[in-house]
Write a new protein. Sequence first.
Length: 323
Amino acid sequence: MPPPVVSVVIAAKDAEDTLGGTLQSLVNQDFAANELEVIVVNDGSTDDTAGVIGEYADRLNLVDIHNPESRGVSTARNIALEASTGRTITYLDADDWYAPGHLRSLTDAITGLGVDFVKTNYLIVNGFNRKLRRAPCAKHNTALDPRDHILPHDASTMVDFPECWTGIYSRSMAERGLLDFRPDLRTCEDRPWTWRHHLEADSFAVVDTAGLCYRKGSTTSLTAIFDERQLDFIPAFRSVFAMLEARPEFRRFEHKAVRNFLSILYFQIVNRGSSMSREVREKLNIGAVHTLKTIGDDVIDLALTNYGERRLPVIDPIVRRAR
């Protein structure tokens, strides 16, 4: 029997309220049972997530993996990836869903274009409100070189569109190790993951679909936490900087990576800082300073070009401490 057309990876923790809708949206995709493989990792849930998964055991080609204790989203996805057998792989969060036919459009695109990965737009759903988030790439439905879509540093590019669930990926990427997440990253895990794709993959494309629905404001989302897990963007970007330092031809992207780092730092200070404990805020400042000390002043200065008079004063004290 040929392998499934696609494997859908879902990491679920305490998702009993939303996972049913997610799985139902997969039932509604245009696939025969042997074409679609759904791998759900129940990552130490304490609610009835297991019961919801069980309800779909006969309705989907479903692989049910249970971690008795939570091992984190990165490890959960890695476990599911290892178990997957599909010709392509994609990711779906346990509180999001697909419109009918969305997944077929992605598998058709990656197969038809013959690229390593495909990225797509998505809908942000907040109650009854819908907002379209577009992939920051003007060229659609054509094979592109991933390295051509990292710069410029002062505009949104494809490395600023990192969410793993906005893409579909070839089996060859998994075989090359390009789909493995860093197990130690509890948040921001998709930033170095996406940077590696744009540095090492051979080709990608963007397609103009809007069938992926992202639920904003979920209480189970890691974006809703304010403890030190949110500081994982610091080791995440240290790994990005290490990738760029390892190969001379990648040094031209350093100021873009620093710009990414500083933008997330700004967001953490302005939008989340008031909800942090004093200890977490201090760890944020120390970690940011130590990270910037490893970066040349010329690279930081270039990264801050056109940074904006409103944002610069917020991060300037940390930048000055790092010099």
